[in-house]
Ligand binder design. Structure first.
Ligand code: SAM
Length: 214
């Protein structure tokens, strides 16, 4: 319909200005399409991440779920030159691909890809981090929350992807381990008095929480 055509034009208008991908991000996404599941964040969520990290003055960031480094490049580019990203990935193949992309993006010195199960790697890391981005095993979201809050500085950001799970999380008739765990995570970040939280309707739903500084 004409209304839909107009809607598409509007989306393109905003995309062109605020979350256009450069050559590297375009090539990185094409590499994911060729060799991996397409479960990276949307460009609009990447731009939101970058903006939030800048607002928080983030220098030290932790990411859970690297895939090929698509969100990691958005994060790395939002850091100051002495900033650091620790990103956690279960799959050795994904980690190897991500390291290649971080090098090509000129972020190789600033990003460390840790291979292994996130809950194991988290035991080896110490805070404080200025921000944490959660995007790995959905059934582990409540545990990631427990383990990440102590690593976050007061005023720090905790951001997570896939809060919507394409509508499943808000649908009381859906019960599966992933939707149930994300529902628990959503309930907890909403109710925890230490956190100021919201969910942004970007991509598959991006939650943003600030660890209250008082
Ligand atoms: N954040 C990435 C992006 O937007 O470009 C996408 C991450 S993808 C949704 C999830 C990744 O988490 C996959 O690469 C998967 O191999 C990894 N993963 C799954 N379970 C994990 C675990 N227990 N520990 C660490 N990584 C895990």
């Amino acid at each position: 319909s004409e209304a839909n055509a107009g809607h598409t034009d509007a989306q393109q208008f905003w995309a062109d200005r605020f979350w256009a991908e450069d050559e590297l991000l375009t090539a990185l996404r094409a590499d994911i399409v060729a060799r991996a599941p397409q479960i990276q964040i949307k460009a609009e969520a990447g731009a939101a991440l970058a903006t939030l990290l800048r607002a928080a003055g983030a220098r030290r960031v932790l990411e859970i779920g690297t895939l090929f480094g698509y969100s990691g490049v958005w994060i790395g580019r939002a850091l100051p030159s002495d900033g650091r990203l620790d990103t956690l990935e279960l799959s050795a193949e994904h980690a190897e691909a991500a390291r290649g992309w971080f090098d090509r993006a000129g972020l190789g010195e600033q990003v460390t890809v840790h291979v292994g199960a996130a809950l194991d790697t988290l035991r080896t890391l110490s805070g404080p981090y200025d921000a944490v981005f959660i995007d790995a095993d959905k059934t582990e979201y409540p545990t990631y929350l427990d383990r990440c809050l102590p690593l976050l500085r007061p005023g720090g950001l905790l951001i997570a992807d896939n809060l919507f799970r394409r509508g499943a999380v808000a649908d009381p008739t859906v019960s599966d381990p992933r939707a149930d765990a994300v529902r628990v995570f959503a309930d907890r970040i909403a109710a925890d008095p230490r956190l100021q939280s919201t969910v942004l309707p970007l991509g598959d739903g991006l939650s943003v929480s600030v660890l209250i500084d008082d």
